[in-house]
Design a protein around this ligand. Structure first.
Ligand code: FES
Ligand SMILES: [Fe+2]
Length: 353
């Protein structure tokens, strides 16, 4: 990363080629997503023994299970017989997982159970043909997996975040209320850049800046996270008795964001899952207290959705410019230090080019 100098008196962004080159995305899968903690959901997604959840991390099919022994684990969702994806549903609850190809079955602790096309499975049931485990760690109800067995522990990686989020005592009581997925026409990093600064907020987010005290807005870089926030704007008497009296916005390297808005106890998680070098699936999940959203909770979700829509338009416009030949890179303002920090992490992970 180039620091300010006589030739470049500003902090520079990462080169725009990193947002448009398919080879960079292939490298990111190996050097970033396969070595980092990837958020897979709150532990309430697999609350009871038998519950499971499937997803993809760095292009790998993953299953998270809550075993009959009460332990939550993660595995590659791949059959040891001839590689078929074992569980096809996204969510569910089962006593046993069955591969739909030749009917091999697995217990929720990953152990091989039955192999119908091998009459005597005793030689197979030695562990070698179990579902292949993946590291999973849970802190404050947040579940993460890491494909790298050598990576530092989850808590050590995001210590600042886990210490900060503790102020919200409702965190363990929240249930998933709503998931929205959006295909966004930009490289995944464009959305992260957008999240890491609020210079654009007065221009793009009128509802946001009329709710929060922007004079006290702060943005703090942690080692592998970023914490932003501020209190309620003076005069918002409508929110003065709400459970949450502030907005806090967290980013966790590489592609997870967590937001807490003023209002009833709430968090939402945002995952920016790259589809290719110029397309990203945004997964927005709202977690609230209770089973059915109240009028106050619905209002909060509509507010957050409006802010998100405003950002989607911006990041798609930015991708148009990254693709053009007008500039090779841009510059960061003093309050875009989060963008600069992210650029350093990306470039350090990718290595010299
Ligand atoms: S591939 Fe799964 S049972 Fe054959
Ligand atoms: Fe924004």
């Amino acid at each position: 990363m180039t620091n300010p100098s006589a030739e470049a008196p500003f902090f520079q962004t990462m080169p725009y080629a990193l947002y448009t080159d398919p080879q960079v995305y292939r490298e990111e899968k190996q050097k970033i997503f396969s070595r980092s903690w990837n958020f897979v959901g709150m532990s309430s997604l697999v609350a009871k023994p038998g519950d499971f959840y499937t997803c993809e991390v760095a292009g790998q099919p993953i299953i998270v299970t809550h075993g009959q022994d009460g332990v939550i684990r993660a595995f590659y969702n791949v059959c040891a017989h001839r590689a078929t994806k074992v569980e096809k549903e996204e969510f569910g609850s089962k006593k046993i997982l069955m591969c739909s190809y030749h009917g091999w079955t697995y217990k929720l602790d990953g152990g091989l159970n039955k192999t119908p096309n091998f009459k005597d499975c005793s030689e197979l049931c030695t562990g070698a043909f179990d579902l292949k485990p993946i590291r999973l760690e849970i802190e404050s109800s947040f579940m993460f997996v890491n494909l790298d067995d050598q990576a530092p522990a989850l808590l050590d990686t995001y210590r600042d975040f886990f210490e900060d989020i503790r102020v919200f005592s409702f965190m363990g009581n929240l249930k998933k209320i709503e998931v929205k997925k959006r295909v966004i026409g930009c490289n995944w990093k464009v959305f992260i850049d957008n999240f890491l600064e609020c210079d654009h907020c007065p221009i793009a987010h009128p509802g946001f800046v009329s709710t929060l005290d922007m004079k006290k807005y702060h943005i703090i870089n942690g080692d592998y996270c970023n914490i932003q926030g501020t209190g309620l704007k003076a005069g918002r008497t409508d929110l003065q008795t709400a459970e949450v009296q502030e907005g806090r916005f967290y980013w966790l390297w590489p592609n997870t964001m967590v937001t807490v808005y003023p209002g009833p106890g709430n968090i939402s998680t945002i995952q920016m899952l790259p589809i290719d070098h110029e397309t990203t699936m945004g997964v927005y999940t709202f977690y609230l207290e209770g089973d059915e959203p109240t009028a106050e909770q619905k209002q909060l979700m509509a507010f957050a959705d409006q802010v998100r829509q405003e950002d989607v338009e911006l990041v798609e416009l930015a991708q148009v410019g990254y693709r053009s030949s007008a500039f090779d890179r841009g510059i960061c303002s003093p309050t875009e230090h989060g963008v600069y920090h992210f650029a350093q992490l990306v470039q350090s992970a990718l290595g010299p080019r």
